[in-house]
Design a protein around this ligand. Structure first.
Ligand SMILES: Cc1cc2nc3c(=O)[nH]c(=O)nc-3n(C[C@H](O)[C@H](O)[C@H](O)COP(=O)(O)OP(=O)(O)OC[C@H]3O[C@@H](n4cnc5c(N)ncnc54)[C@H](O)[C@@H]3O)c2cc1C
Length: 456
């Protein structure tokens, strides 16, 4: 909850008078905007939603909410998996979905200025008309928003080659809690003037300000025909050791993913893609550039040295198809608890070994899909349809988070903390660090109206 709330009902009519039909206070659309894709559900109905189409609408809404101490949830497309965009009881929702214009595309400087609600796949398509592409590629690239990707510092399949969302953000337009609009960053590659506020807002999950627009970096589309590769392993630790060696070799993939045998089995059950179930795990990846074929051969040779039982290289992306089906297949199995821990690349074999021990100790199967090249894992524990079952699965996840941190890793590599993982924060951050984060929050949002009690 916010630090302080005015008593009595806030005068919604004042806001309605300023925003007209951009303000919704009833109906199924309000309900849709109050949820995200996580298991977390609103505790009580929200007061209203502002469906903004201009930065000014966001500023108007925040000025009102700040004056009347109304808690605000910020929403892109609601594909978040951490409950960060879920509405607050009697809270105001600010939706950025309709702030969706590409304001400028500048091929010479390889930059685009986009509003927060632009779908990243649409920006990517517009950039490709100029031989450029937008590097961030979460699996939700067609359904999430650029603003949401920035607010969660989203990752994806190509991070090993192109970095996370942060690496593609040059400048931001942000509305602060009191309605002040600020512009951070520059269009230049280099900039050391003042504190790096752009970086501060990236990954801040709606707690420090509302991102209304961003200047993002584009890259040239790599030349040549991409190659995809696959290597099956009889031991998941051996697959982890192969990844560590690949990342430290000269042969750099654009994508390097891991699916364990259990995940492949589930994918083939729901969406048969023709992928053989490996004894323990399969590495799947992609190489690009003029020497894509040689790079793919060099990578599969490293896999063979680590005992890969079957390797294949192809000149289309058919081998990646199974990886794309992992999320929908796991969701189709029903209720589950999952996480997105990260470890330093040299600890991959150790984290796989540790997860096996945890699974055994709890007597529960854990499936693993990983952005292996980044050391970012999505372990999943199935749970029956009761609260007790879910809590038992969640206990496995907490132990996996502790394991990752003990190996020098993180409890979240890309999905963020939101509401769902808030209880896990002390596993990674000590009190002094959390106090420092709260001090920054208080400086920017003294009344604590923006996404209170989540993320930090
Ligand atoms: C099928 C599927 C696949 C996915 N794959 C990936 C993946 O590969 N990698 C990955 O990282 N994530 C993935 N996700 C998670 C999700 O898509 C990302 O977290 C995404 O960045 C959220 O974007 P959104 O627009 O839906 O944000 P929302 O869900 O609306 O919000 C997410 C968080 O960001 C805040 N926020 C949103 N917009 C703004 C804004 N303009 N200003 C300030 N704060 C804001 C919200 O308050 C909330 O805390 C996946 C989700 C699904 C459903």
């Amino acid at each position: 909850m916010p630090n302080e709330q005015h008593t009595g009902t806030p005068p919604l009519a004042d806001l309605k008078a300023q925003l007209g039909d951009k303000l919704l206070d009833t109906g199924p659309e309000l309900e849709r905007l109050s949820q995200d894709t996580s298991r977390y559900r609103p505790q009580h109905r929200p007061l209203a939603a502002v469906v903004a189409s201009h930065t000014d609408d966001v500023a108007t809404a925040l000025r009102w909410a700040n004056e009347h101490r109304v808690p605000v949830s910020v929403r892109g497309a609601g594909t978040g998996l951490a409950g960060g965009a879920v509405s607050y009881p009697n809270g105001l929702i600010i939706s950025l979905e309709r702030c969706n214009r590409i304001r400028d595309l500048d091929p010479v400087n390889r930059l685009a200025v986009v509003e927060a609600g632009v779908i990243p796949a649409d920006l990517d398509q517009a950039a490709r008309a100029h031989g450029l592409f937008f590097p961030p590629d979460p699996a939700s690239v067609e359904i999430s928003t650029v603003g949401g990707n920035i607010a969660t510092n989203a990752g994806g399949l190509r991070c090993i080659a192109h970095g996370v969302t942060r690496d593609s953000v040059a400048a931001l337009e942000v509305v602060l809690a009191d309605g002040t609009v600020i512009n951070t960053g520059t269009r230049t590659r280099k900039n050391v003037v003042g504190l790096d506020l752009t970086s501060l807002f990236v990954g801040s999950e709606g707690t420090l300000g509302v991102i209304t627009a961003a200047t993002v970096r584009l890259k040239p589309v790599p030349p040549g025909t991409p190659r995809t590769f696959r290597a099956s392993f009889d031991s998941i630790q051996a697959a982890g050791e192969a990844v560590t060696d690949i990342v430290n070799s000269e042969a750099q993939p654009e994508v390097l993913e891991l699916l364990d045998a259990y995940s492949v089995k589930i994918i083939e059950e729901f969406y048969p893609s023709g992928l053989t179930v490996p004894k323990a795990a399969v590495l799947i990846g992609q190489t690009v550039g003029h020497d894509a074929a040689e790079t793919a051969e060099a990578i599969t040779a490293i896999c063979a040295r680590h005992g890969a039982s079957e390797v294949a290289v192809a000149d289309n992306d058919a081998l990646l198809e199974a990886r794309r089906l992992a999320n929908p297949a796991l969701s189709a199995r029903g209720l589950r608890a999952s996480c997105d821990v990260g470890v330093p690349i040299g600890e991959l074999a150790n984290v796989f070994r540790g997860i096996e021990e945890i699974a055994e100790r709890h007597g529960r199967a854990v499936s693993i899909v990983a952005h292996a090249g980044d050391g970012n894992l999505h372990p999943t524990v199935e749970a029956g349809d009761t609260e007790e079952e879910y809590l038992a699965a969640e206990a496995v996840i907490v132990d996996i988070s502790k394991l990752a941190v003990s190996l020098g890793g993180t409890i979240s590599g890309e999905h963020g903390i939101g509401a769902v993982k808030h209880h896990e924060l002390p596993i990674q951050l000590d009190q002094a660090v959390r106090d420092t984060q709260q001090a920054i929050k208080h400086a920017l949002d003294p009344h604590g109206i923006l996404t209170p009690s989540r993320a930090i």
